[in-house]
Design a protein around this ligand. Structure first.
Ligand SMILES: [Zn+2]
Length: 294
């Protein structure tokens, strides 16, 4: 079974019915440890987790073939150079590397009897997808709101965010996790960040006020019900994609491979919690955001 030489066509960024359910042709099937199996398709609505930046987890859903419904145990970004399939943490190259195809690996719990050339349907759990889309849009919006809340703590110029404020999120982000209807971001306030001009003095005492300011900015934006789009340079997994939001200030654009709601009003009421911890002497700021969609 030859491995694909082009990236999987991904349907989840589009705001249409095929972003949740679509027909596809099987390109490759192989075992994947513990009796599991990996299936590669020419196209898919299933959003995979990217182990290189695992902010948004895999979709839930199933592959339908004939009368059978095969649940997806996982959906993971994989890469192939034609000689082997490298899945998740084993992907040895960056997207866009010459000679490599980036593909969506559909993991099935048990051998499927699916064969190359079979026509299947991929069906995604719409409720779970929507909860992740809400969480992901909130995550981007919250990074902009937090950048604004912390803007006066910078004493030197640094990279600016989509709203022309010092990009604290970019400079300090350690991990970003999308959860259903929410997000958890962890920021590392290390020496190099402080050398770049970020002041951490009095931060702990300021956290409740900063959380209020961040939440208020989010509330204002959500109330505008601004439109959200995903812009993309092509329809394949490795093609760059961007989150675009028409905020009153300006149109914000952030590189992003995830899924999103179509309008900010879908987030409903939004809450923000900030906490400060210590990681072997380095202060770590955690921001937890939650939406309450209708
Ligand atoms: Zn994103």
């Amino acid at each position: 079974m030859p491995l694909p030489s082009t990236d999987t066509v991904v349907l989840y960024p589009a705001a249409d019915a095929e972003s949740l359910r679509a027909g596809a042709v099987v390109l490759h099937v192989q075992p994947y440890g513990d009796g599991r199996e990996v299936v590669l398709l020419d196209r898919t609505p299933a959003h995979p987790v990217d182990r290189a930046w695992p902010d948004q987890g895999p979709d839930r859903g199933s592959i339908l073939v004939d009368e059978r419904e095969l649940p997806l145990a996982d959906v993971i970004v994989a890469a192939t150079d034609g000689t082997g399939l490298f899945i998740g943490d084993d992907v040895p190259v960056r997207r866009g590397t010459d000679g490599w195809a980036f593909v969506v690996a559909h993991v099935l719990e048990t051998p499927s009897r699916i064969a190359v050339g079979d026509e299947v349907v991929v069906s995604i759990d719409a409720r779970h997808r929507r909860a992740l889309s809400v969480g992901h849009t909130l995550c981007h919006l919250a990074s902009l709101a937090l950048n604004a809340a912390l803007a006066d703590r910078w004493s030197k110029p640094v990279r600016e965010d989509a709203l022309a404020r010092p990009d604290f999120d970019h400079e300090a982000i350690q991990s970003s996790t999308i959860v259903p209807n929410g997000s958890v971001d962890v920021f590392r306030l290390n020496k190099s960040l402080r050398r770049k001009g970020f002041a951490t003095d009095g931060l702990e005492e300021a956290l409740p006020a900063l959380a209020d300011i961040t939440a208020a900015a989010l509330g204002t934006w959500v109330a505008t019900d601004a439109a959200v789009h995903i812009e993309r340079d092509g329809d394949r997994l490795g093609d760059p994609r961007y989150w675009l939001c028409e905020l009153p200030e300006t149109s914000a654009r952030i590189a992003c491979g995830g899924t999103h709601v179509a309008r900010l009003g879908e987030l409903g009421s939004v809450s923000v919690q900030l906490g400060l911890d210590d990681d072997a002497g380095t202060p770590m700021l955690t921001m937890r955001c939650a939406a309450d969609p209708a």
